[in-house]
Design a protein around this ligand. Structure first.
Ligand SMILES: Cc1ncc(COP(=O)(O)O)c(C=O)c1O
Length: 448
């Protein structure tokens, strides 16, 4: 690349995107791509949606920006109301920002302020899980377990305790039921809290369905109910990061509704604005809001673009479309269809170790030896090869290179729009199968 833009990879030569229609993206040469991952599980309504474009334009003609220290705005108030009514329990106050990382930063600061307001300033420790990703800013990165993303900044990150994720495929014992495994995985949190002393622990943060690093790992049944009880027992706040799996991606507004629990704080981003605007939300319970509002009176956090009127207007329009078109039901039926197609297509595949997910967040884990779950060598870069093979065929998928242990293991994540048809899902599966096989041929050539 010869321009001035800093790209993710300085050596890359990227095609230029010029248009998008539904599930398709079109580059400047006219090549079309089937967007099976919505970028990073973002574009839940596909591309070029006229209703969202109209809502953004209408808001632009009213007011684009005003600072939250001077004014509130109708779209921000309406979006907060909408989120409060869509979320379960007493999750009813919302702080808006512009990215998932910012939403997580706000969640961590809110948790800390809550304890200080309640006279428990000794609570500073965050417990998180291995194989999790919560964002790129320093606070969000500190609670993320992604060695490649952390390595360079390790010395700048505050200390965090990491426990094992609830990952039945890799961690359940032979003959252990999923319920028993879920209880054992949750017990890891209680052991960590007791080890540090409950009065020092501020929050436990987890992705309800692990996304980018773990590859669509759903929790075992009962796991989060146990986690909720453990947090309550020790006065630890439960932060669920639903930046990727929330806002309908798994078939309910919050994914944790399917686990029957309500967190103290939940973060949302990607599907909230569907990529039409950068918008994220940190939603907290009334108990947390009241402690702050009736305590010092102000959340000690603030950003210039918080509650941006156009971001909020876009997200409101996205959520309207989701409700009006009954898309959460569609996510459930299409997710089941996709899962069925993947299961059938890869049933006897020699390198597919696991197919997992919830709703329209599904992943395939590729392994060198399915019976032992042994991953391919990281040097082979299999996940990146699958992405490249898919891309050359006109299919966009989201790969991950660290799913086995944080530094090895290959998975491919699928997160198509909620509006994807069964015929499009069929094409995605067929093209993905061809891409995986081509990538495996290329790594086997290197290995021999
Ligand atoms: C669960 C989760 N949390 C936080 C983030 C960070 O979001 P962003 O990249 O918008 O800062 C991501 C991004 O992939 C994510 O998947």
């Amino acid at each position: 690349m010869t321009g001035h833009l800093i790209h993710r990879d300085a050596a890359s030569t990227l095609p230029e995107i010029v248009a998008g229609r539904g599930i398709e993206l079109i580059d400047s040469t006219g090549k079309t791509y089937l967007d099976a991952c919505g970028g990073a599980a973002v574009s839940c309504l596909g591309h070029g949606h006229p209703v969202i474009a109209a809502a953004i334009t209408a808001q632009l003609h009213k007011i684009a920006y005003s600072h939250t220290s001077f004014f509130t705005s109708q779209p921000a108030e309406a979006l907060a109301d909408r989120i409060a009514s869509a979320t379960p329990g007493d999750l009813d106050h919302v702080y808006f920002s512009s990215s998932g990382s910012e939403a997580v930063e706000a969640a961590l600061k809110m948790a800390r302020q809550f304890h200080v307001e309640c006279g428990q300033a000794s609570r500073t420790r965050v417990i998180s899980r291995r194989l999790s990703y919560h964002g790129a800013t320093l606070g969000a990165l500190a609670v993320s377990f992604n060695p490649a993303r952390r390595a360079l900044y390790e010395d700048l990150l505050f200390p965090v305790t990491f426990i094992e994720p609830c990952h039945a495929y890799r961690n359940a014992l032979p003959h252990e039921t999923v319920h028993a495994y879920g209880a054992r995985a949750a017990a890891g949190l209680e052991a960590a809290i007791l080890r540090h002393g409950p009065q020092t622990v501020m929050a436990f943060i987890a992705e309800t369905v692990v996304g980018a690093t773990g590859g669509a790992i759903p929790p075992a049944p009962g796991y989060f109910a146990d986690i909720r009880r453990i947090c309550d027992r020790h006065g630890v706040l439960l932060i669920l990061d639903e930046v990727m799996c929330g806002a309908g991606r798994t078939g309910t507004f919050l994914s944790c509704e399917q686990d029957g629990i309500v967190p103290d704080i939940v973060t949302l981003a990607k599907g909230l604005g569907a990529g039409y605007q950068p918008i994220a939300a940190t939603v907290c319970s009334r108990r947390i809001y009241d402690a702050i509002a009736c305590g010092s009176g102000a959340f000690r956090h603030g950003q210039t673009y918080s509650a941006h009127a156009i971001g909020c207007a876009a997200a409101l329009a996205v959520q309207d479309v989701v409700v009006q078109q009954n898309l959460l039901d569609r996510v459930i039926s299409s997710g089941a269809y996709l899962r069925g197609r993947l299961g059938k297509f890869f049933a006897d595949h020699p390198a597919v170790g696991d197919i997992r997910g919830r709703g329209l967040l599904q992943a395939i884990e590729i392994v060198a030896d399915p019976p032992t779950m042994r991953p391919f060598s990281a040097q082979l870069g299999l996940a990146a090869r699958i992405k490249a093979e898919a891309f050359s065929r006109g299919l966009l998928v989201y790969p991950g290179p660290a799913v086995a242990d944080g530094s090895r293991g290959d998975h491919v994540l699928l997160a198509p729009p909620y509006t994807t048809t069964d015929a499009e899902l069929d094409r995605i599966v067929d093209m993905l199968g061809a891409a995986i096989d081509a990538a495996l041929v290329s790594v086997r050539k290197i290995a021999t």
